[in-house]
Design a protein. Structure first.
Lengths: 148, 148
DNA sequence: TATTGAACGATAACTTTTATTGTCTATACT
DNA sequence: AGTATAGACAATAAAAGTTATCGTTCAATA
């Protein structure tokens, strides 16, 4: 039993999900990847370990990992393109439960002075802040009676 | 000639794009929409004004508007899902030209104290900051010789 | 007003993601 | 340990979102 093996089993126990061979390999392979891999990239990489694995399994388990908090996704609103109709300077509040996006004025967030230059010589144009949290409606559902 | 009509013609002149009936109606319809409409939603709405319009036209012109700066998109990385492999607390630098995403530590941005509660009773879990700008490579391309 | 390159509509194709279905396996319970 | 069963798996079809192709029509400008 390796170290990551134990870690993964503990993670699964914590989040109440079953330990399977596919999930374990998936987790370990992803741990070894840098950057921000897409499901396809993960699939290509994990296929080297389990050639018979299905793309659907990769998708389902990435979802499961994200839902259960084992993993995080880069952006909560990557489904389809959305355009900005609010012309005022603003940022976004994104509900982590229902994914709803609402605007919040830049003032209400009082951000610090923006750097013009960042590590790696990155030239700053603007900041775009997503405040991740739970919207009022989803808070209500959480407190309220259980759904049928 | 209406007010928005004139506005739109000026915008097109500024950005060097042709004025067509479809683009004009598209622009006006979108101005009248709230929130963060998707291309499909825009299509449904604009179809009421121009029943014969094609979905492809909507997509092409939303792209054009975004590229030319007439319109902004909510998120620069909505293509496919991406998962986070960096476990440290960090944010992102997103190149507006090549869309590359790189990590930047939370310290390097020195964000203000996070509010726990925001307008509308939104309960904050965390902030996720995208710094939009131009990466070093794209700066080089810009300065350097013109491409073939 | 005639010319011409760009934009349009129709639709096929492509990419990404989800759903379905029959088989298999991990887990719980003897 | 042996078995029942809920859940996970692979294969694949289908849905959703987006882009490309191509013949026709229109806007810019001479």
């Amino acid at each position: 039993m390796t170290a990551t093996d134990t870690t993964f089993r503990r993670l699964c126990a914590q989040h109440g999900i079953a330990v399977t061979h596919q999930r374990q390999v998936l987790y370990e392979v992803m741990q070894g990847m840098d950057g921000h891999p897409s499901p396809e990239e993960v699939y290509a990489r994990v296929k080297r370990e389990i050639p018979a694995i299905s793309l659907a399994t990769v998708y389902k388990n990435i979802h499961l990992f994200v839902e259960s908090g084992v993993l995080r996704e880069v952006s909560l609103h990557h489904g389809s393109q959305r355009v900005e109709m609010n012309e005022a300077e603003h940022h976004h509040m994104v509900c982590s439960r229902c994914k709803a996006i609402s605007d919040i004025s830049a003032d209400a967030l009082n951000l610090p002075e923006q750097r013009r230059q960042l590590p790696g010589g990155f030239l700053v144009e603007r900041y775009s802040v997503d405040v991740i949290g739970i919207c009022l409606e989803c808070q209500g559902l959480e407190r309220g009676a259980s759904r049928v």
